[in-house]
Ligand binder design. Structure first.
Ligand SMILES: Nc1ncnc2c1ncn2[C@@H]1O[C@H](COP(=O)(O)OP(=O)(O)OP(=O)(O)O)[C@@H](O)[C@H]1O
Ligand SMILES: [Mg+2]
Length: 358
């Protein structure tokens, strides 16, 4: 067994996000063989949280199928895009948005953050909905304030509250709802900017912005000030929601923010006592329709499930409960699809490197 033998075995293995073999991606950086010990050094485009595990599995099983006594170790190095000036310690910034209110943006943002943490990522979640912050409730943090610290230069830094492994910050931690209601658009945008500047996130793989509905001042401030990796658009299936979604996609396009894809929420209902029935309460196929129309990826469907609403109200994101089975898996798959889209985008950027622990 030589390094060359191992390389030959691994070269045809496919990175499923790109549908290309490791050889073509130049992903096999080095192979060390010492007796029975095989060390494989891979270099892959981040975020690596899903693909690293898959490749670890494929590479290990391929090697041991051919050399049963081999002791295999796969070491992954992630390839990063160049650092940005705003929030340089955050690798990927995702806005969860929709033109329309009440379609499940906050619910999806909460569960996306939780799904990413389940894969071992470090995640921040910023609730940017000044009029109706949801994340303090959805993460069981209502009534909390943000810990703040005065800096030597007189400015104040705020620290997000960590819950279930997610760093959560909300305008709701620093401002009363009634107080927000009397602010005008530009002042609100100013508040929002201040909030974003003053939070000490530390190093993050993902920062998720839960946006208020519409295409107003907050959305514009965010897209102008923050180097977003992209936006995920949430919709429900019916035509009346799609009209607003179109407006939202057009806004992001106008300010050159990539659309990572469309998520359709409340797609169907399966009665728990009649599992072979499926009701399309809000119509069928709207999310797919609008993603085809704008030629953006369709990321998946989330069913209507009482437990999703209960999780939101009780402050425990639905996907974190291992009992929640296939509906939780549907949301986790959407999170994986978001990561696939990010990797496709990140691949085209200049790279620096960082080692990660599997
Ligand atoms: N798939 C689902 N099944 C059941 N209930 C859901 C689902 N998605 C969202 N909900 C519920 O629908 C309500 C609205 O969801 P949510 O607050 O996430 O929407 P939103 O788009 O963030 O609203 P807003 O525009 O006000 O910010 C909440 O009570 C939530 O628990
Ligand atoms: Mg919301």
């Amino acid at each position: 067994m030589t390094a060359q033998d191992i390389k030959k075995l691994l070269e045809p293995i496919v990175d499923s996000d790109f549908n290309e073999p490791l050889s073509r991606l130049n992903a096999i950086n080095n192979i060390e063989v010492n007796g029975n010990s095989v060390k494989v050094y891979l270099e892959i485009v981040q975020p690596v949280h899903w693909i690293a595990r898959k490749l670890d599995h494929y590479c290990t099983t391929t090697i041991t199928a051919n050399y049963p006594s081999a002791e295999v170790e796969i070491l992954v190095r992630e390839l990063l895009p160049p650092e940005h000036k705003v929030l340089p310690l955050v690798k990927n910034m995702i806005a969860v948005a929709s033109g329309k209110g009440g379609v499940g943006k906050s619910t999806f943002a909460a569960n996306l953050a939780a799904s990413l943490v389940q894969q071992g990522a470090t995640v921040g979640l910023l609730d940017a909905d000044i009029y109706g912050p949801s994340q303090p409730t959805m993460y069981g943090l209502s009534g909390q304030s943000m810990q703040a610290e005065k800096q030597p230069d007189g400015s104040v830094k705020g620290f997000p509250n960590e819950q279930y492994g997610v760093k959560v910050a909300s305008i709701g931690f620093v401002m009363e709802r009634d107080q927000a209601a009397i602010l005008r658009g530009p002042m609100l945008a100013g508040y929002f900017s201040t909030l974003v500047d003053r939070i000490e996130w530390g190093e993050l793989d993902f920062l998720i912005f839960d946006l208020p509905p519409g295409t107003g001042d907050i959305q514009l401030t965010l897209t102008q000030r923050i180097p977003l990796s992209g936006a995920v658009i949430v919709t429900t299936p019916q035509e009346i929601a799609l009209t607003d979604v179109r407006r939202s996609i057009q806004m992001f396009r106008k300010v050159n923010v990539d659309i990572l894809g469309v998520v359709e929420n409340m797609s169907y209902f399966i009665p728990p006592d009649m599992p072979d029935k499926k009701y399309f309460i809000f119509g069928e196929g709207g999310g797919k329709l609008v993603s085809d129309e704008f030629d953006v990826p369709f990321l998946g469907q989330i069913p209507i499930d009482v437990r999703i609403r209960e999780g939101a109200d009780q402050g425990f994101p639905f996907v974190l409960d291992p009992e929640h089975g296939s509906h939780a898996a549907a949301i986790q798959q959407i999170a994986a699809n978001v990561v696939t889209q990010l990797r496709r985008k990140n691949r085209n950027q200049q790279r620096t490197e960082i080692d990660i622990q599997l």
